[in-house]
Design a protein around this ligand. Structure first.
Ligand SMILES: *Cc1c(COP(=O)(O)O)cnc(C)c1O
Length: 450
């Protein structure tokens, strides 16, 4: 059993002179840890990377979360990405309620699936045909299978620090520097499973060229987060994505953009719209489902026609295209207006600038990296361009900062290697309160560091 770092089981937090209690969350965690590994159903939720314990959430609205003890937080996790338009957004909730009244699942085709597919293909032109699934993991796993089936080749390139869900073959990152054949990142993944996975440093176009030269006709595909979000926010260097596009075309391999995080968040057409690159296949999720389990993969029609029942690449799902999930997805995509992205850009700039100024004022080595409404405050004085750079950040400082922010009612992702998400439900007041809390927390850090 691990208690709160400083004060034991009951954490007393300052909030405008009040005290916050975490008694109920702590009781729930004790119970949960007997029944669920780590007390959670997804590892990062356990707050281990910041040596803390998580508040249990009972309710969320707009940009705010309420926990089991009645504490209220400004949320920058956004359910890890889906909540682009804030929690409990009226249009989405209503759409789900209406759909639910007509039955929860049929396992048969529905009009909403057609409408959603049309919507997705209009917003993301490279996606000519699409298959709906239930999670981002399923989307990337299926896209890889499809790429291998379509090309008749086995090798897959991925980049260190990119997360593509818990797909066996993608749970590998290998060493830095030169191209290295994959070694498993998780117990339970036999070396043979990742033997065809090649891991390269993110933003290393030269390494990718070399691998294409040596693998040539064995390379089925490369999968990449066009803006990395799972090592903290790391934008692609100029020319990196272009090189992937060019070289895959040269060797007849497929380019897969994993836009599970960036899709519909960075632009209506995702990162591929922002950077003007047309991948062969795209994985989508998170924002697409607005908080319900919904994801998708899609791309060139000639490739997608290889998916069963039209083609020989098998992939299926009992709940795929679920009526509630597709209702949420349709309502969510209706909200992707130009004004929404303008607002997100303005608000995210304000937050990023405020955080950077606070760091500079307090003399703490920290830098903000941002693309659109995803950003990370890295505790380092150098640009973070790849996973090795991210690993060199001061994780202890981040852990302390995270806790100080929680004490000031700001709910941040509990790891240095995550992106913070701004939603359209945030406003200037919330952002300014966040910047003030950050300035105070960084000042505390500076004082503690002496
Ligand atoms: C979250 C994420 C996934 C996995 O999605 P799940 O729905 O958690 O399975 C895959 N790729 C990227 C880029 C992600 O951010």
């Amino acid at each position: 059993m691990h208690g709160y770092v400083a004060n034991g089981p009951v954490l007393r937090l300052r909030r405008y002179g009040q005290e916050m209690e975490f008694t109920r969350s702590f009781e729930l965690l004790n119970e949960a840890e007997k029944l669920l590994p780590g007390g959670v159903n997804s590892p990062v939720r356990a707050f281990r990377a910041v040596e803390g314990t998580p508040p249990f959430i009972v309710r969320a609205e707009g940009c705010r979360l309420t926990d089991a003890d009645g504490n209220e937080f400004i949320d920058y996790v956004g359910s890890w990405g889906p909540m682009l338009f804030g929690h409990a957004r009226t249009e989405v909730v209503r759409a789900v309620q209406e759909a639910a009244a007509d039955g929860l699942s049929f396992g048969a085709p529905t009009a909403r699936e057609v409408a959603l597919a049309r919507r997705i293909t209009r917003m993301i032109p490279s996606v000519e045909m699409v298959r709906l699934v239930n999670s981002g993991t399923e989307a990337t796993m299926s896209a890889i299978r499809l790429a291998r089936g379509f090309t008749g080749r086995a090798k897959v390139v991925k980049f260190e620090g990119c997360y593509h869900g818990h797909v066996d073959a993608l749970l590998a990152r290998a060493g830095s520097g030169a191209a290295t054949f994959g070694t498993p990142d998780s117990a339970g993944v036999p070396p043979g499973t990742v033997a065809d996975t090649v891991c390269l440093p993110y933003n290393d176009a030269g390494a990718f060229r070399k691998v294409c030269d040596s693998l040539g006709e064995d390379l089925a595909c490369v999968i990449v987060e066009p803006v990395a979000g799972n090592m903290g926010c790391v934008p692609p260097d100029a020319g990196f994505l272009e090189t992937l596009r060019e070289m895959t075309e040269d060797v007849g391999a497929l380019l897969i953009f994993d836009e599970v995080m960036t899709g519909f968040r960075l632009a209506p057409g995702g990162a591929q719209e922002l950077f003007g690159i047309r991948p062969d296949l795209t994985a989508l999720g998170k924002v697409l489902g607005g908080g319900l389990p919904l994801a998708a993969y899609g791309g060139r029609a000639d490739i997608m026609r290889q998916v069963a029942p039209e083609g020989p690449v098998y992939q299926a799902g009992t709940l795929s295209g679920n009526p509630l999930a597709t209702a949420a997805g349709l309502a969510q995509l209706e909200l992707c207006t130009p004004e929404a992205y303008e607002y997100l850009e303005e608000l995210s700039t304000r937050l990023a600038t405020g955080l950077q100024e606070a760091a500079e004022y307090t003399g703490i080595s920290a830098r903000v990296q941002r693309v659109g409404s995803m950003l990370t405050l890295f505790f380092t004085d150098r640009p973070v361009r790849n996973f090795q750079d991210a690993l060199s950040c001061d994780r202890r400082a981040f852990a302390r900062f995270h806790r100080l922010m929680l004490e000031r009612c700001i709910y941040l992702p509990p790891s240095q290697f995550e992106a913070w998400f701004v939603s359209t439900a945030h406003d200037r007041a919330a952002v300014d309160q966040t910047v003030e809390a950050a300035a105070a927390s960084l000042r505390d850090l500076a004082v503690e560091a002496g």
